[in-house]
Design a protein around this ligand. Structure first.
Ligand code: PBG
Length: 323
């Protein structure tokens, strides 16, 4: 009687048959950073194994991903030209547009999700247009520009857009824009619960998107607020989001579960740059068994309730799952 679970652990077959959470290659989205220019690729010091790549190199990288069995990517752009409003990303010839076109020409089946934000494109590094008098991000002006950016992405062939700037009303605005331009089938993955986290540090190195002054606390959420976190996601669901995201993942597994229990939409966990860097560096120093902690970490996100995990480990975990 009391040995019930032990009995189910005695033989590998029954252990496998009663496994309650599994990782599968279909679970993962791999982030890609495209940078303007011709230079092949540049490794990011704070994220070993992660590179800024030029368009040509991104296309060969996608060839490798297809080979490994990764089906979806999340695209970020690092432009040469930055200005007050981030105009680079609002032109039909933007870096991201050219990249999507180049990828889709060779690999029409890879699922391309685009991060929709302005911090990589603005000279001040904030996620939108600044109000001239207050210096704070002007929510509504940023919404207008986000619509332009979204249309640039989908016209170039993006399969899904992922607004990450945390502007109020962004999902409803983008849904309306997509629908009125005939893109009714393009889903929106909302960065619906995005905390003002210190775990984004390495990303801001890669994406060259640190704010020159101030922080993102007026538009990103306090890490202490659980109910607000749930509410933010449910609000995006009401506005028409097709998927909800929790970011970062590892220090917010409780929130992933809370939101999972409050919605029927798929939940996405963003296993962010700082989480990746911790495991990488500890693994490199021999302090942890990298493969095992990577597996355990990603499994915890799935177990918490995520259907999809955006992760810099995607290539490694898929190779591990093959073995
Ligand atoms: C915003 C954006 C950020 C990340 C993804 N999209 C940075 C931020 O919010 O400051 C962080 C991802 C990571 O840390 O891996 N464009």
């Amino acid at each position: 009687m009391f040995r019930r679970f032990r009995r189910l652990r005695t033989h590998k077959t029954i252990r496998d048959m009663t496994t309650q959470t599994r990782l599968h290659k279909d679970d993962f989205v791999y982030p890609l950073f495209v940078k303007e220019g011709k230079f092949d690729k540049i490794e990011v010091l704070s994220m070993p194994g992660v590179y800024q790549m030029d368009i040509e190199t991104i296309v060969s990288e996608v060839a490798q991903l297809v080979d490994i069995g990764i089906k979806a990517v999340l695209l970020f752009g690092i432009p040469d030209h930055k200005d007050e409003i981030g105009s680079e990303c609002m032109s039909d010839n933007s870096l991201i547009a050219r990249t999507i076109i180049a990828i889709k020409k060779k690999f029409p089946d890879i699922y391309v999700i685009t991060d929709l934000c302005f911090c990589e494109y603005t000279s001040h590094g904030h996620c939108g247009v600044l109000d001239e008098t207050t210096g704070a991000v002007d929510n509504d002006k940023t919404l207008l520009n986000s619509s332009t950016q979204a249309l640039v992405h989908v016209k170039a062939g993006a399969d899904m857009i992922a607004p990450s700037g945390m502007m109020d009303g962004i999902v409803a605005t983008l849904r309306h824009t997509l629908d009125t331009h005939g893109y009714t089938d393009i889903p929106i993955m909302s960065y619906s619960t995005k905390f003002a986290s210190a775990f984004y540090g390495p990303f801001r190195d890669v994406a060259q998107s640190s704010p020159d002054k101030g922080d993102r606390k007026s538009y990103q959420m306090s890490v202490a607020n659980r109910l607000e976190a749930i509410e933010e996601s449910l609000e995006d669901e009401a506005q028409g989001a097709d998927m909800l995201m929790v970011k970062p993942a590892l220090s917010f597994l409780d929130i992933i579960r809370d939101i999972k229990n409050s919605t029927n939409l798929p939940i996405v966990a963003y296993n962010v740059s700082g989480e990746y860097a911790m495991l990488k560096l500890a693994g490199a120093k021999g302090l942890l068994d990298y493969d095992k902690v990577m597996f355990e970490t990603l499994l915890s996100m799935k177990r918490a309730g995520a259907s999809i995990i955006i992760t810099y480990h995607a290539k490694e975990i898929c190779r591990l799952l093959d073995r």
